[in-house]
Ligand binder design. Structure first.
Ligand SMILES: NC(=O)c1ccc[n+]([C@@H]2O[C@H](COP(=O)([O-])OP(=O)(O)OC[C@H]3O[C@@H](n4cnc5c(N)ncnc54)[C@H](O)[C@@H]3O)[C@@H](O)[C@H]2O)c1
Length: 381
C-alpha cells in the first residue's frame, strides 16, 4: 500500500507542514509541498536548507545530506501537482471548513488509491473525512512539534476509515523512525486530552491562591521530574494556542467540567500575553526582567504535585477505561509526545490506584465539582 517509493504530498508549509515534509524526505520519499500563501513553500524550503546546513556544520548529519534532502522536496504552485501522490498530509490552519474545502478539492486531483491524512490537533477526523466522497481513505496522522524531533505520531482512524489503513500508516511511520500509537477519534486524541489537567489544575491551584506560578512550576519539576513547569510550558506553546485547544476539547466534550478552560488563561490571550513569542506571558521575557522566585516549601510543593498528578492519572485511567488507546499506547504517547518522565498509567501503579482514588475523592468532597469525579476505571482498579 505505502512504501519507500510512495510519493508524499504535504499541504501547508507552516511549522508543522515543513517539519513533516523534512521527515518524509529524510525517509527517502519524493515530497510535494504546497501552501496557498504565495512563496510560503519556497520560503519554508529556504529556511529548512539553512537549518540543515547548520546541522551539517555541527556534524549532526552527513556532509551534503542537506542538499540531498532539499532536492527531494518540491515546492509546488497548486494542488494539481499532487496528482501522482500516494499519501497527502494536510497541515493547514486548524479550521474545519478550511480543511474540508481542501479535502474535497484534493479528491478531484489525486488517484482513487491515494491516502489523505490530516495533522489536526483537535478537530474531528470523522468530520474532516466527511468532506470526501471516498472517506474510507482518510485518516489522522498527528505529529508533534517540532515534527523533526518529536518521535510520537498519533494515528487516528475516522469512523469511515478502511480497516487496513491504520496498520499501513503505523508501518510507514515506523519506517520514518517515528513512534506511532493508534488513538480513537475523540477530542484531543491522547496527548491533548490527557495533558489538559497539567495546565488546567495548575491554573486552578493558582486561582485559589494556594501558590504562585513560579512555585507551582517548581513543585511539578521538583516532585514530578517534569522538564518544564505548566506555566513555563504554556508560555512556550503559546497561551493563544493552548487556550484554543482547551476550549475546543471542552466544547467537544459537551462542556465536561474536567476540561473547563480558565479565565486566567483567557485574560492572557485577551491581553496578548501569548508567552515567549510575544515577550510576555505568565512570565516576563524582556531583557533584564526579573521574575518572582518560587517559594521552595517542601510540604506545599508536595501538596501541589500530589493534586496535579492525581488529576492526570485519573484522566489516563479514564481514557483506558473508555478504550481511547491501549495501556502501552497511552503511556508511550505521554513520554514520546510531551516528554513526561514516565507514563501516567505506570505512575498510577507506582503511587497505587487506591491512593490516587483517595486523593480524587478528597478533592471531590471538598469542591463538590464534577471536575473531580474519579473515573469508574480508577474505582475498579
Ligand atoms: N503548531 C503545533 O504545535 C502543532 C502540533 C501538532 C499539530 N498541529 C496542527 O497542524 C496544523 C498546522 O499547524 P501549524 O502550527 O503548522 O500552522 P501554521 O500557521 O504554522 O501553518 C499553516 C500553513 O497553512 C497555510 N494554509 C492555510 N490555509 C491553507 C490552504 N487552504 N491551503 C494551503 N495552505 C494553507 C498557511 O499559509 C500556513 O503557512 C494545524 O491543524 C494544527 O492544529 C500544530
Amino acid at each position: 500500500m505505502l512504501n519507500q517509493d510512495s510519493k508524499i504530498g504535504v499541504i501547508g508549509a507552516g511549522a508543522m507542514g515543513a517539519g513533516i515534509a523534512q521527515v518524509a524526505a529524510s525517509a527517502g520519499h519524493t515530497v510535494y509541498l504546497f501552501d496557498s500563501r504565495h512563496d510560503a513553500a519556497a520560503q519554508a524550503l529556504e529556511a529548512m536548507g539553512k537549518s540543515l546546513q547548520k546541522l551539517e556544520e555541527k556534524g549532526k548529519i552527513g556532509q551534503g545530506m542537506g542538499n540531498i534532502l532539499i532536492s527531494r522536496i518540491q515546492a509546488v504552485p497548486s494542488l494539481d501537482a499532487m496528482d501522482d501522490a500516494d499519501l497527502v498530509i494536510e497541515a493547514i490552519v486548524e479550521q474545519l471548513p478550511a480543511k474540508q474545502e481542501v479535502f474535497s478539492k484534493l479528491e478531484t486531483v489525486v488517484s482513487p488509491n491515494c491516502i489523505i491524512a490530516t495533522n489536526t490537533s483537535s478537530l474531528s477526523v470523522t468530520a474532516i473525512a466527511s468532506a470526501c466522497k471516498k472517506a474510507e481513505r482518510v485518516i489522522g496522522l498527528h505529529f508533534f512539534n517540532p515534527a523533526t524531533l518529536m518521535p510520537l505520531v498519533e494515528v487516528i482512524p475516522a469512523v469511515q476509515t478502511e480497516e487496513q489503513l491504520p496498520a499501513a500508516c503505523v508501518a510507514l511511520m515506523k519506517a520514518w523512525k517515528k513512534v506511532p500509537v493508534i488513538a480513537k477519534d475523540t477530542p484531543g486524541f491522547i496527548v491533548n486530552r490527557l495533558a489538559r489537567s497539567f495546565y488546567g489544575e495548575s491554573i486552578k491551584i493558582y486561582e485559589e491562591g494556594m501558590a504562585d506560578m513560579p512555585t507551582i512550576d517548581w513543585a511539578l519539576k521538583t516532585y514530578g521530574g517534569f522538564r518544564m513547569g505548566p506555566f513555563e510550558l504554556m508560555d512556550l506553546i503559546g497561551n493563544d494556542v493552548n487556550y484554543t485547544v482547551t476550549e475546543t476539547v471542552w466544547t467537544q466534550m459537551y462542556f465536561d467540567s474536567r476540561y473547563r478552560p480558565s479565565l486566567t488563561q483567557k485574560k492572557m490571550v485577551e491581553s496578548k500575553r501569548f508567552g515567549r513569542k510575544s515577550g510576555r506571558g505568565y512570565y516576563n521575557y524582556a531583557e533584564g526582567a526579573v521574575n518572582t522566585a518560587p517559594v521552595e516549601d517542601h510540604e506545599l510543593g508536595k501538596k501541589i504535585f500530589d493534586r496535579v498528578i492525581a488529576m492526570l492519572i485519573n484522566e489516563a485511567v479514564d481514557a483506558l477505561y473508555l478504550r481511547i488507546a491501549t495501556r502501552e499506547e497511552l503511556d508511550l504517547a505521554m513520554t514520546k509526545g510531551v516528554n513526561y518522565p514516565k507514563g501516567l498509567l505506570a505512575w498510577c501503579d507506582e503511587i497505587g490506584p487506591k491512593e490516587v482514588l483517595r486523593r480524587m475523592d478528597e478533592l471531590f468532597d471538598r469542591f463538590r465539582d464534577d471536575r473531580y469525579r474519579a473515573s469508574v476505571g480508577l474505582r475498579e482498579l
